[in-house]
Structures are given as structure tokens and as C-alpha cells.
Design a protein around this ligand. Sequence first.
Ligand code: HEC
Ligand code: HEC
Ligand code: HEC
Ligand code: HEC
Length: 166
Amino acid sequence: MRKRIMIFFVVALTGLFFLTVGVLTAADLPTKPKKEELIEHNNAYKTKKGKMKDKKGPVKLTHEKHNKEYKVACTECHHEYKKEGKKNINTWKEGDPTKKCEECHFLDAKKAKKKKVKSLNLAYHKNCKDCHKKIKKENKGKKKEDQKKTGPIKKCKKCHQKKKKK
Ligand code: HEC
Ligand code: HEC
Ligand code: HEC
Ligand code: HEC
């Protein structure tokens, strides 16, 4: 009989534990952006031999500037998609809890492929560079004074900082 009561308590306590953790993590997600973002994923590059290596230094994103000065909407970068037929509808909006890109775009390219999402590095490069490229394209044929500034596209160093010597 005592054993049964013990088991009951263990089960109930475990349940309670997971319940609190679940509630905490949802409430803990940030909703307000930082002024700047230092994006760094260590050992995110896979060599031909299959070893994970750190190839490039961290990337600084001028988060606030992109939004306020360059007029880039939050939803250009943040999304949570709901499938409607073949369309992806973005249900994330400003002020919502914000997940990290890596929570959905897996670093492991194989896992990403299986889950049908872009792998993490691809997602970053596509998001950042595609927009900068788009601006460059729109500048074509325009007079110099009418051209808009673009962000970096090809020059790695304009985004990736120098690696720290270890
Ligand atoms: C518009 C900005 C931008 C440009 C330009 C850019 N990258 Fe990146 N790249 C990122 C971001 C953001 C990440 C994710 C952060 C990180 O892990 O460093 C990343 C991650 C990476 C990674 C995996 C992480 C690591 O450090 O090993 C590699 C490799 C990489 N980039 C290579 C390149 C190369 C090569 C070029 C130039 C041909 C380049 N990138 C140009 C933004 C950029
Ligand atoms: C140019 C792309 C871009 C724009 C525009 C942008 N963000 Fe972000 N945001 C990012 C990236 C990249 C991260 C880092 C994500 C990661 O580490 O996985 C981030 C992180 C965040 C975070 C997590 C907390 C933090 O700052 O580290 C919040 C909250 C956030 N953004 C909210 C917003 C809101 C609200 C807006 C609009 C006012 C916005 N973002 C505009 C790219 C952007
Ligand atoms: C809640 C999950 C989730 C988060 C968080 C998330 N993504 Fe995505 N993202 C997806 C899904 C699902 C798709 C559609 C499949 C695909 O193209 O990878 C997608 C598509 C994309 C695409 C393709 C173009 C588009 O917008 O449809 C890019 C680029 C991208 N994500 C970049 C990012 C970046 C950068 C971050 C972090 C600032 C981020 N994602 C955060 C789930 C997410
Ligand atoms: C939807 C458009 C858009 C997206 C997405 C975007 N950018 Fe930009 N970015 C711009 C514009 C516009 C400028 C040029 C503004 C200027 O210099 O007047 C810029 C400039 C920059 C610059 C140079 C000036 C500065 O403020 O540092 C860097 C570095 C940069 N972007 C990095 C990134 C990174 C990293 C990402 C992805 C996490 C990203 N951008 C995503 C539009 C975008």
C-alpha cells in the first residue's frame, strides 16, 4: 500500500514539474528586440570529411537600425508559418514571443532536409543576402543619386567579424 502511494506522488510531482517548465519556457521567450544582435554558431560548418568546424567569425546585426532606419519590417525576418493549402501564412507578429532561428532551422543539414526546412546557415544567408541582393537589383538602371544603399552580399568580411584567436 505504501509503495502505491509513493508511486502516486512520484508521478504527480513529475507531472507538476513538466507543467511548470512548460509554462516557464513560453513566458521566458523574449518579445522585445535588442539594439544589436551578435549571431554566433560555433562549429556550424561541415568540412568534406564530415567534421564540424568554426569557419567564420560571428556576425553583428544592427537589429534596431534595420527596423527603424532601413525600414525593414520585423516579419521580413521573423515568422511562424501555418500551412494553408500550398501557402505558408506567417502568423508571427510584432510583440509575440520570439524563438531562435535554430529552433526550427536545424544546424544539421540532414535533419533539416527531413523536416523540410532550410538548414540554419542557409536560412541566415538566404534571409540576409537575398534582401540585400533585391535592393541591388532594384538599383539597376537607376541614376546614381537615386540608388539605395544595399547591405553586404559577397564580401564575407562585411558581415563576419574576425575570429578571436584562441
Ligand atoms: C549579409 C551577411 C552575411 C554575408 C555577406 C556572409 N555571411 Fe556567412 N553567415 C551570416 C550569418 C548571420 C551566419 C550565422 C552566424 C554564424 O554562425 O556566424 C553565417 C554563417 C556562416 C557559416 C557557418 C558558421 C561558421 O562560422 O562557420 C559559414 C561557413 C559562412 N557563414 C560562410 C560565409 C562565406 C564564405 C561568406 C562570403 C562568401 C559569407 N558567409 C558571407 C551572414 C553572412
Ligand atoms: C533583418 C532581420 C531582422 C529584423 C528586421 C528584425 N529582427 Fe529580430 N532578430 C533577428 C535575428 C537574426 C535574431 C537572432 C535570432 C537567433 O539568435 O536565433 C533576432 C532576435 C530577436 C529577438 C530575440 C531577442 C533578442 O533580441 O536577442 C526578438 C524578441 C526579436 N528579434 C524581435 C524583433 C522585433 C519585434 C522586430 C521588429 C521591430 C525585429 N525583431 C526585427 C532578425 C531580425
Ligand atoms: C517557428 C519555426 C521557425 C522559426 C523560429 C524560424 N523559421 Fe524560417 N522558416 C520556417 C519554415 C517552416 C519555413 C518554410 C520552409 C523553408 O523554406 O525552410 C521557413 C522559411 C524560411 C526562409 C525561406 C524564405 C521564407 O521566408 O519563406 C528563410 C530565409 C528563413 N526561414 C529564415 C529564418 C531566420 C533568419 C529565422 C530567425 C530570425 C527563422 N527563419 C526563424 C520556420 C521557422
Ligand atoms: C528585408 C531587407 C533586409 C534584410 C532581411 C536584411 N538586411 Fe541588412 N541591410 C538592409 C538595408 C536596406 C541595408 C543598407 C542600409 C544603408 O546602409 O543605408 C542593410 C545593411 C546591412 C549592413 C551594413 C550596415 C550596418 O547596419 O551594419 C549589414 C552588416 C547587414 N545589413 C547585415 C544583415 C544581416 C546579418 C542580416 C540577416 C540576419 C540582414 N542584414 C538582413 C536590408 C536588409
